[in-house]
Design a binder for this molecule. Structure first.
Ligand SMILES: Nc1ncnc2c1ncn2[C@@H]1O[C@H](COP(=O)(O)OP(=O)(O)OP(=O)(O)O)[C@@H](O)[C@H]1O
Ligand SMILES: [Mg+2]
Length: 357
């Protein structure tokens, strides 16, 4: 039973008692009961039609709140045969592959029917829509799955109405949002604690000098904040075009100084980064020459944007902030950046609540 499984982990010291999590456990637990009852009724359940299919649950909230952990606990303790737990990206890749194999007819409905035979409960981790191909079919796919009795439990950093924000042809995605809002119980997991953040000490977030030691340190912080050794590459929309993100995972994005400040990026790019990520890794910041005024300007703009949005910064740099650009015609603007970089290394900065942009 789910509440007992959670209580056991708290009692054993593996988890800290968290009121927001406990209340989600109660909701997940009633869903588990409904699903187990449905399974016990077996064939009869099939004739219950719409009313026999409980609503799914859509859990959303900031990174590190325990969404995935709780969904996994729900999945593990759920006494239902036909269940599947999969990452949303992997799920969509599989869907696109199956669609291509079928090619003709109402392929989405056909794919949903096949899936429903294997899984009557589908746990999808990390819904995030950044791809137009996903945006265009996810609504129809969910609808067809629900029609076939599949109950979906999912996690996301955003509520449905914020998915695919600023995406191409977003209008066509609106019915999918409506569908999720009608068919899922939307639950925000909004506890105050980012359990991953507790693993980073503020003072280690700005690493100097560059070299193997700095790389290892940066990698260590990346793993503490994301729980994965390497993120996925992807794109974020910026004013009708896309900005390439070399590595992203769990609200973190990882770039080199070259990619962010030597490439011709501007204010909309930096704003989009701040809007999409809570923590930005900027690696290999060199000591800037007097002639590198454009790089210095971009770096100032980048740090200002992250500072205003109260984002976290993890950086590796050849020099301490005050020695990155000590002379040159941008040095006065840079002085403010130095002060901000120092503040961004404080425990208070890392401890504050992230604001929405
Ligand atoms: N109550 C808790 N006590 C201690 N550790 C916890 C607690 N809840 C979650 N954690 C741990 O914090 C880490 C982050 O949790 P989890 O991966 O579930 O977060 P999430 O909300 O899914 O984040 P994201 O949005 O980035 O996917 C995990 O290692 C998890 O085991
Ligand atoms: Mg998660």
């Amino acid at each position: 039973m789910l509440p007992e499984a959670y209580a056991e982990k708290v009692a054993g010291g593996e988890l800290r008692d968290d009121a927001a999590q406990a209340s989600l456990i109660t909701r997940l637990s009633s869903l588990a009961e409904a699903l187990e009852t449905r399974e016990q009724r077996g064939a009869i359940g099939k004739f219950l039609g719409k009313n026999g299919t409980p609503k799914g649950i859509y859990i959303y909230g900031d990174v590190g709140r325990g969404k995935t952990m709780l969904m996994d606990l729900f999945f593990a303790s759920l006494n239902v045969q036909a269940k599947q737990r999969i990452h949303f990206h992997a799920f969509m890749q599989d869907i696109h592959k199956r669609r291509q194999a079928l090619r003709e007819g109402d392929v989405v409905t056909q794919v949903a029917k096949d899936l429903a035979k294997r899984a009557q409960v589908l746990c999808l981790d990390e819904i995030q829509i950044s791809d137009i191909a996903d945006a265009m079919i996810v609504g129809r796919l969910f609808q067809a799955l629900i029609a076939n009795g599949v109950v979906i439990v999912t996690t996301s950093n955003q509520p449905p109405n914020q998915l695919y924000r600023d995406g191409l042809n977003r209008d066509l995605f609106l019915p999918a949002i409506k569908l999720m809002e009608t068919n899922f119980e939307l639950i925000s997991l909004a506890g105050p604690t980012d359990y991953r953040l507790g693993r980073v000490k503020a003072w280690e977030s700005f690493v100097t000098p560059l070299g193997a030691k700095a790389d290892a340190q940066s990698q260590k912080i990346w793993e503490r904040l994301t729980d994965v050794p390497k993120g996925e590459s992807g794109e974020i929309p910026v004013l009708g075009r896309n900005l390439h993100v070399p590595e992203r995972a769990h609200g973190c994005a990882r770039f080199s100084f070259t990619e962010l400040c030597e490439a011709p990026l501007g204010p909309p790019d930096y704003l989009a980064l701040a809007a999409n990520f809570q923590t930005l890794f900027v690696e290999d910041i060199p000591a800037l020459k007097i002639s590198q005024r454009n790089e210095a300007k971009r770096f100032v703009l980048l740090i200002d944007t992250l500072y205003d949005a109260k984002r976290h910064l993890v950086a590796s740099s050849a020099e301490a902030p005050e020695r990155i650009y000590p002379s040159g015609d941008q040095r006065f603007e840079f002085a403010r950046t130095v002060s901000r970089l120092q503040e961004m290394q404080s425990a208070a900065w890392w401890g504050q609540k992230i604001v929405e942009t």
